[in-house]
Design a protein around this ligand. Sequence first.
Ligand SMILES: Nc1ncnc2c1ncn2[C@@H]1O[C@H](COP(=O)(O)OP(=O)(O)OP(=O)(O)O)[C@@H](O)[C@H]1O
Ligand SMILES: O=P(O)(O)OC[C@H]1O[C@H](OP(=O)(O)OP(=O)(O)O)[C@H](O)[C@@H]1O
Ligand SMILES: [Mg+2]
Length: 284
Amino acid sequence: MIRIAIPNKGRLHDPTVKLFKEAGLPVLEGSSRKLFAKTTDPDMTFLFARAADIPEYVQDGAADVGITGLDLIDETDAEVEVMLDLHFGRAKLVLAVPEDSGIKAPEDLKNMRVATEFPNITEKYFKNVDIPVEVIKVSGACEMTPHVGIADAIVDISSSGTTLVTNHLRKIAEVFSSSVYLISNADSSQREEKIQHIKTALESVLHAKQKRYLMMNAPSGKLENIKDILPGLAGPTVMKVESKNSTHAIHAVIDADQVFTIVSELKKAGASDILVVPIERMIP
Ligand SMILES: Nc1ncnc2c1ncn2[C@@H]1O[C@H](COP(=O)(O)OP(=O)(O)OP(=O)(O)O)[C@@H](O)[C@H]1O
Ligand SMILES: O=P(O)(O)OC[C@H]1O[C@H](OP(=O)(O)OP(=O)(O)O)[C@H](O)[C@@H]1O
Ligand SMILES: [Mg+2]
């Protein structure tokens, strides 16, 4: 049995459940109050845990694989294999000081106090830049600490930046860049082919999100021009359309961010009835 640890609540829960559904491994009858949930594969089970606990669960073998933030993985120093960046839950750990403080750069914080929910990452950062500071661990509402005299600066998560602005804080450096990863237990990952299947399934969804399937018709005489525009994976698929005029149907996979440019060029080259369709999964 392969145990997959996923966040039971918080902001990572919903996108994780959605990703597994798209990957063809849906969480069946899961809820935040349950500890386990099944999926369509009888040899796999989901285990619900706090995002912050998942690195240790995977390290200790309570779960074979897990989904959690890279910041939480780095903070726990867990010995796990980092397998795949899932490109969601992006956030930065930033070093910030009160707006009106004279502190301009990390070196101005020498021998001062820095409050954070991430003491390990913060210690590592200051050690790396060789600036001695006193790191104070807090378990929440970190933004408050410089305003009540507990700290001179903070290292906290920032994504939109709204919390910093609201709390009259100014970013002076970026300490860590995080997103959500698939991790595995170092021993299990070598043993289990199924773990590679999980990685491939998740990867196929990520890959598909960046691609679009294009379908169009074109007069047969324009075919060569149209083929030149399409940067097909293995070249476009071309089919003869049964119609009075000599027409071909052309199908191709292209990068999502090229759709706008390519569709304009295709129109100019004589293509019509162009359809742009999302792809659910792409398995190489
Ligand atoms: N704006 C954000 N604020 C906090 N964490 C974020 C943000 N964006 C992404 N994350 C990531 O989400 C993970 C934290 O998720 P977690 O479930 O522990 O916190 P949460 O959603 O704030 O829930 P809780 O209410 O329990 O604090 C971290 O890996 C963090 O990098
Ligand atoms: O840059 P922003 O988009 O404003 O996001 C960053 C804020 O979001 C998180 O708090 P959260 O809402 O998770 O509350 P918490 O501190 O109680 O976990 C984080 O701790 C920051 O305070
Ligand atoms: Mg939070």
